[in-house]
Write a protein that binds this ligand. Sequence first.
Ligand code: KIV
Length: 267
Amino acid sequence: MQKITRKITVPLFRDMAAQGQKLTMLTAYDYLWAGVMDEAGVDSILVGDSLAMVVQGRSTTLPVTLDQMIYHGEMVARAVRRALVIVDMPFMSYQVSPKQAVRSAGRIMKETGADAVKLEGGAIQSETIRAIGRAEIPVMAHVGMRPQAVRQLGGMGKVQRDEQQLLNDARAAEDAGAFAIVLELVPQDIAARITAALSIPTIGIGAGVGCSGQVLVGPDMLGLNPDFQPKFLKQFADLRNQATNAVQSYIQEVRNGSFPDAQHSHS
Ligand code: KIV
């Protein structure tokens, strides 16, 4: 597979999937981590409204505001050279009307420098996806477990198993002009069939290997959030322990006088 070194745009993202390349996506919320992920070669960075949990310490994504998404989106977009940058539209920034959605998406694009926006929903948001597309703003949809619908779904971690409904939602999003779809917490065989039925890429989280690509929440896959251990999450590092050990070494060395030593002091 040819390594893409140039900036990944929405058309290139779709082409990569069409050529059979598995797409990689991670979430990031600030300049430092977005830079690490971009340099490591991830294809796309999502500024997810999951920042409610991993940055703000909240229990749902509902309180996140459009201004907060823009604040984080701008820092991420400024760090990124290659990856496709997508910013989540937060709860109640698009549900009121397609007009409201175009205004919110427009602010995200103008004020962050991101490449695209993402919203939750398939069939129920098809008018909105169309309206944002008419403003020439690329939109990613999000089908399956939708965290912004937590109150209606009755919980955050529920696997969505209604294949007909999931397929209808995915098809409606594609027909409305979405360039890709996140499938969250969908059984792997259903996700594979949905992926085969669509001509746009699917990006899975807890949806198995049959998707066109995968997304994970950055701090979760880095092991910074050890209390969150859903079945689908693989921790690729143990940064919480490494950071704890580093801080404890610092405390010890300051207390016993071994830091700062001559090497780290001006004469
Ligand atoms: O907000 C988020 O991080 C997301 C991903 C989990 C897909 O929507």
